[in-house]
Design a protein around this ligand. Structure first.
Ligand code: NAD
Length: 239
């Protein structure tokens, strides 16, 4: 495994066109549970599975339960900080080596670490708006308190995250495809690559340096040029 990390280190040293594509596993070392690990949200007892509660239909049908789950499970407490992976990625961007972070995460930790070009495919808990009139609102109005938050117009306030059944923003897809297609080194990490259409974006990569850094197996393991089964924070602290 050490050899594989050394190869990744070499790839990174030799490139100024690196793109990172990640998911919930990038933030587990910061203390935010992912969905599919053994202590992930799918293994916790809830009345409905997360993908049911986090769907557009459920949000409209039972906003009370939606917000109970959302605030309890998706809003990290204030002590949560970026980890070594977030920090190293931000450093690589500052060094002019990394072109973009493409993330399925909604936690804002890449930006908190200093990354500037972050494509948030699934939106962010830090942006909120009215589901009816579209007016933006402060995140506190949605992410704190109890019950269903309301806009002065009477509509329900919601986080600007992409719920199941909702489409990704066209602009984000186009930007992500362009960065991935042009990338020299593509590092994919902390994602089960089970959520589409996000995972399908990897097919646009045309290079031969696809590094996959993930604890669990994924459907893309066979396509990886370099496979590293280690914690992503540890790997990034060594490259
Ligand atoms: P996932 O839960 O399906 O998969 C996470 C993957 O990361 C697993 O394969 C696991 O083995 C791996 N992993 C966990 N910790 C790791 C570590 N320290 N180092 C390396 N690998 C590690 O997550 P996903 O693929 O991102 O898909 C789930 C969806 O849930 C996404 O759409 C995402 O938006 C959302 N989500 C986001 C957050 C967040 O913003 N932090 C948290 C939970 C879920």
């Amino acid at each position: 495994m050490q050899d594989n990390i050394a190869v990744l280190r070499q790839w990174i040293a030799g490139s100024d066109n690196i793109v990172f594509f990640g998911g919930a596993g990038v933030s587990t070392e910061s203390g935010i549970p992912d969905f599919r690990s053994t202590d992930g949200l799918y293994r916790q007892e809830y009345k409905y599975p997360p993908e049911t509660i986090l769907s557009h239909t459920f949000f409209e049908r039972d906003p009370e339960e939606f917000f109970r789950f959302y605030r309890a499970k998706l809003i990290p407490d204030k002590s949560v900080r970026p980890n070594a992976a977030h920090r190293r990625l931000a450093g690589l961007e500052r060094e002019g080596k990394l072109r973009a972070v493409i993330t399925q995460n909604i936690d804002g930790l890449h930006q908190a670490a200093g990354s500037r070009r972050v494509i948030e495919l699934h939106g962010s808990i830090h942006r909120c708006r009215c589901a009816k009139c579209g007016r933006p609102c402060p995140e506190e109005a949605v992410n704190t308190g109890e019950g269903v938050p309301r806009c002065p117009c009477g509509g329900v306030l919601r986080p600007d995250v992409v719920l199941y059944e909702e489409p990704l923003a066209e602009r984000d897809i186009t930007d992500a495809v362009n960065f991935i297609r042009a990338a020299d080194v593509l590092i994919v990490g902390g994602t089960s690559l089970a959520v589409y259409p996000a995972a399908g974006l990897l097919r646009y990569y045309e290079g031969r340096k696809l590094a996959l850094v993930n604890m669990g197996a994924t459907g893309y393991d066979e396509s990886a040029d370099l496979l590293i089964r280690e914690k992503i924070g540890k790997v990034f602290s060594e490259v």
